[in-house]
Ligand binder design. Structure first.
Ligand code: GRF
Length: 211
C-alpha cells in the first residue's frame, strides 16, 4: 500500500498531531507527515513536529498582506512538499476558496462536537451549557460552506455524565479525537473513504467502509 503523504496545519498544542505522529511511529498508520505549518510561531505543535523529525514551518499570518497571500504561500509549501492530504489539527484560520480549490476534497478537519451541533469555537463548553447527554467529535471534509459544515467522514460519541465539568469532559473528548483522527486517516490510506458528490441540491456525502 502506498504511503499517504500528509501536511498538517496547526495553531496550538498539537495533541492531535502527536496522536498521528505516534500512530505512524508505531506502524499503525501507513502515512508520512511531510510538513507541519503553524500560523502561530510559538505553537507547541511545531516543537512536537521537530521532535519527531518532521519539517515544521512557522508562517505568522500577520506577516502577509492578505488572507489570500497567506493561503497561497501555505498552498505552495504543501505542494512543494508533495503533500496529498491536508490535515487541520487545531488550525484557527479560515481557508480561502483558492486554497480549498487547491486540495479539493482532500482537506480534513477535526471538531470537538457531534456536528452539525455546536460548530465554531468553545464547542465543548457549548455542549455542556446546552445540557446534551451525549457529545463527541467529528472529522469532516472542509468545503466552502459554513464553518465546520463540510461532509462528515466519521464521528465518535462521548457520553456526558451528570457531574461533568469542562475539566472532566474535555480530556475524554480529546482522547476520542486522537483515536478518531488516526482511524479516519487509516481509512483514507486504505482507500476506504469515498466522496459522493451531491446531485443538484443534494449534499456531498462521504462513504466510509469500516475495516
Ligand atoms: C481540538 O479539540 C480540535 O477538535 C479543535 O482544536 C483542538 C486542537 O487540539 N479543532 P490540539 O492542538 O490537537 O491539541
Amino acid at each position: 500500500m502506498a504511503t499517504l503523504r500528509l501536511g498538517v496545519l496547526v495553531s496550538g498544542n498539537g495533541s492531535n498531531l502527536q496522536a498521528i505522529l505516534d500512530a505512524i511511529a508505531r506502524g499503525e498508520l501507513a502515512a508520512k507527515v511531510e510538513l507541519v505549518i503553524s500560523n502561530v510561531a510559538s505553537a507547541r505543535a511545531l516543537e512536537r513536529a521537530r521532535a519527531a523529525g518532521v519539517r515544521a514551518l512557522a508562517l505568522p499570518h500577520k506577516q502577509f498582506s492578505s488572507r489570500e497571500a497567506f493561503d497561497a504561500r501555505v498552498l505552495a509549501e504543501l505542494r512543494a512538499a508533495g503533500v496529498e492530504w491536508v490535515v487541520l489539527a487545531g488550525f484557527m484560520r479560515l481557508l480561502t476558496p483558492g486554497f480549498l480549490a487547491g486540495y479539493r476534497h482532500r482537506i480534513i478537519n477535526i471538531h470537538p462536537a457531534l456536528l452539525p451541533s455546536f460548530p465554531g469555537t468553545r464547542s465543548i463548553e457549548q455542549a455542556l451549557a446546552y445540557g446534551v447527554k451525549v457529545t463527541g467529535c467529528s472529522v469532516h471534509l472542509v468545503d466552502e460552506g459554513a464553518v465546520d459544515g463540510g461532509p462528515i467522514i466519521d464521528q465518535r460519541v462521548v457520553p456526558i455524565e451528570a457531574d461533568d465539568t469542562l475539566d472532566t469532559l474535555e480530556p475524554r473528548i480529546h482522547a476520542a479525537e486522537h483515536a478518531l483522527y488516526v482511524d479516519v486517516l487509516r481509512a483514507i490510506a486504505e482507500g476506504r473513504v469515498e466522496v459522493q458528490p451531491g446531485v443538484a441540491s443534494e449534499r456531498t456525502r462521504v462513504r466510509l467502509v469500516r475495516a
